[in-house]
Design a protein around this ligand. Structure first.
Ligand SMILES: Cc1ncc(COP(=O)(O)O)c(C=O)c1O
Length: 434
């Protein structure tokens, strides 16, 4: 297998559908019956990047594993970041089943106990005065709600966000997003969506300050506190400075923690580690326990002044089944002490990753927070490493073409984690020797 020469423009978030490594892997690893399933998928689904045509087909998911149609068990360190509590957690499945038997849907005009309990629970967990909640059927919709609140409350439409970030796939979310794959060819996007480079030092706050001063009417800074794909984290002082700038210019700070909340980085919310509180906190993904689609926009209590406006008129707004899944997920995080587990295993993993870096010249950096782990490699080897790992039962995501993004379920055991990292080390060694 040779290293891939891939157009850098295609090296964005996630898999490249047509790389040589991928083709080789499919030819050698996918049987005729799976091939037929993949062909059927490609026949009926609209083709799009990062999706159809697909790599493989699965028939099961449990704990940290996917089970493919050939019965192979694959440790899933990708999981679209939904699987903090692992797949098919018995408590989550049980909560959904029992909710289905009592109340399966809640139309507008009515409310229901699980949705109220969830809103209360999220408001209690969230820091500071983040005490009001809107639920939505997905992260992108929850970001859209946040953007509307910013406009209504501040009377301003301009935002500052980061190049290279992702906040969802709709036109409003890609306007504040910064990845060309999701933006190119779709202009004109929303006006007033200003971008700064992804920050790495406190000095990068000067660019935010310049925009605040030159524009004068910025409604919000909208960003991930830590970039979930490459796991780059600006210094805490950067966010403190941005918080001050928002306050002094009458703007809101919106944190998108859709993939990172719920223990991924070792605390319930990533922003707790920064010691600042945003005005709006958006979470999603793992909230539905790797089963139900659900997200939440958690808002500063005094911003609850929009009773005559429609902020998130979503059909599945107060889904009792999704709320039951979310409540069970929060219970699992608490009862199984997954925040502590994420922090402890994060340290174990980083030690092993440091060793991998010392032993392998292809590794340029290792970093992480909790069980959000990244191994940065020379980009021409990234795909090859991925497919080698897949052959040995480990799946993960490649970000920006050169980062192996490893986000295992927080329920993983230390032994499983060590095994997974050994698979990566073996793949790296093979590449280095070839
Ligand atoms: C940081 C971030 N924001 C927003 C979203 C969008 O969430 P959803 O796919 O649930 O709409 C994602 C999804 O990957 C994300 O990673």
């Amino acid at each position: 297998m040779n290293s891939d020469s891939i157009d850098p423009a295609l090296r964005t978030e996630g898999d490249i559908n047509f790389s040589a490594s991928r083709q080789e892997w499919q030819e050698s690893s996918v049987d005729a019956s799976t091939r037929r399933t993949l062909d059927e998928d490609a026949r009926w689904f609209m083709h799009q990047s990062l999706s159809t045509p697909c790599l493989n087909a699965i028939t099961g998911c449990e704990g940290i594993f996917l089970i493919d149609s050939q019965g192979r068990r694959i440790m899933d360190f990708h999981g679209n970041s939904v699987h903090q509590v692992g797949y098919s957690h018995p408590s989550v499945i049980q909560a959904i089943q029992s909710q289905l038997q009592s109340l399966s849907f809640c139309p507008r005009r009515y409310t229901n106990a699980p949705a109220i309990q969830l809103a209360e629970r999220l408001a209690t967990l969230a820091p500071g005065a983040l005490n009001k909640v809107l639920l939505a059927p997905g992260g992108t919709s929850a970001i859209g709600i946040a953007m509307k609140i910013v406009r209504y409350v501040t009377g301003r439409h301009k935002t500052i966000s980061m190049w290279d970030s992702f906040h969802g796939a709709s036109l409003d979310a890609i306007s504040i997003g910064g990845e060309s794959l999701f933006r190119d060819g779709l202009e004109p996007l929303l006006p007033g969506c200003l971008h700064v480079p992804w920050p790495s030092t406190i000095d990068d706050a000067e660019e935010v300050e310049r925009i605040f001063e030159e524009e004068g009417d910025i409604g919000a800074v909208i960003a991930e506190p830590m970039r979930c794909t490459t796991l780059e984290r600006p210094p805490h002082e950067y966010w403190h400075r941005v918080r001050d700038l928002c306050d002094s210019h009458g703007a809101l700070l919106v944190f998108d923690e859709i993939p990172l909340a719920l223990g991924r980085t070792g605390t319930m919310f990533c922003c707790e580690q920064l010691d600042i509180v945003p005005d709006i906190l958006v979470i999603g993904k793992g909230l539905g326990g790797a089963v139900m689609p659900i997200a939440a926009t958690i808002v500063r209590e005094d911003l609850d002044v929009l009773q005559n406006r429609a902020l998130g008129h979503y059909t599945h707004e107060k889904s009792p089944v999704a709320a039951a899944a979310a409540l069970a997920t929060l219970d699992v995080i608490e009862n199984e002490q997954l925040l502590e587990q994420s922090r402890r295993l994060g340290i174990v993993a980083l030690e092993q990753m440091d060793q991998i870096k010392r032993n392998n010249p292809l590794v340029t950096d290792v970093r992480g927070a909790g069980l959000a782990l990244a191994i940065e490699v020379q980009s021409q080897y990234a795909e090859r490493i991925l497919y080698s790992c897949l052959s040995n039962g480990l799946s993960f995501k490649i970000s920006s073409g050169n980062v192996l993004t490893l986000t295992p379920p927080l329920t993983i055991t230390e032994e499983q984690l060590r095994t997974a990292l050994s698979i990566v080390a073996t793949a790296l060694d093979e590449c280095a020797l070839s």
